[in-house]
Design a protein around this ligand. Structure first.
Ligand code: FES
Ligand code: FES
Length: 228
């Protein structure tokens, strides 16, 4: 068997009585050989360690009413599973850090940032994405309201804004409170004022600044008057 590039260095490390016993020449020669191996794509110890970190397992996700069985790296985010494994590209990747809300989907009706949710953590939940809100050609009332009130410009944030609004309306019906509810002292079934809407939608960033029309769309669908 031919001698591996690091054999000389290994031997010197084993027999060294002090760090200076490892010759500079051996160190430079070994480092060069390892760099060349990386550059030429030959497998290295690092590759072996990386490969061993990838653990794939089977899971079943219930998305928009359909069960889908996948084999995924256990570290896959729900957003990547939706977009890359299920081709449901309506949910957008804006920041991938839980800061913009473009990836918002519903788990059992509650809104989550799918970029911060592991796909395996979503097993057993009813997952609803923007693709699952309409019934055939019949848009969801929140989708209708965003269309009617021009609640978007480029549209990149819009799937997240719409999913967030669907959940927000249910949260308000359940009497859930926001920071604004405490500020205004309305602690029992607070009205969905524009102030409340802005606070409750503050996790969804719109880089186009379509906020006035987004608030109008949410207000209108809450009041049951999605048409302008
Ligand atoms: S992509 Fe998930 S919060 Fe921005
Ligand atoms: S419509 Fe462009 S980011 Fe919101």
């Amino acid at each position: 068997m031919s001698k591996a590039p690091c054999d000389d260095l290994d031997r010197q490390i084993e027999t060294a009585t002090s760090p200076t016993d490892i010759s500079r020449r051996t160190f430079v020669k070994t480092a060069g050989a390892l760099s060349a191996a990386v550059a030429t794509g030959l497998p290295t110890l690092g590759d072996a360690q990386t490969t061993s970190l990838v653990q794939t397992h089977s899971l079943t996700l219930k998305v928009n009413g359909e069960s889908k069985t996948l084999n995924l790296d256990t570290r896959t985010s729900l957003l990547d599973a939706l977009r890359e494994s299920l081709a449901l590209t309506g949910s957008k990747k804006g920041c991938d850090h839980g800061q913009c809300g473009a990836c918002t989907v519903l788990l059992n009706g509650r809104r989550v940032n799918s970029c911060l949710t592991l796909a395996f953590a979503a097993e057993g939940y009813d997952i609803t994405t923007i693709e699952g809100l309409a019934h055939g050609d019949q848009l969801h009332p929140v989708q209708e309201s965003f269309l009617t009130h021009d609640g978007y410009q480029c549209g990149y944030c819009t799937p997240g804004q719409i999913c967030s609004t669907v959940a927000l309306l249910d949260e308000q019906k359940r009497g859930e409170l926001s920071v604004v509810s405490f500020e205004t002292g309305k602690l029992s079934n607070p009205d969905l004022t524009d102030h409340e809407i802005r606070e409750r939608m503050s996790g969804n960033i719109c880089r186009c600044g379509a906020y006035p029309n987004i608030v109008a769309a949410v207000r209108a669908v809450h009041q049951g008057v999605p048409q302008a």
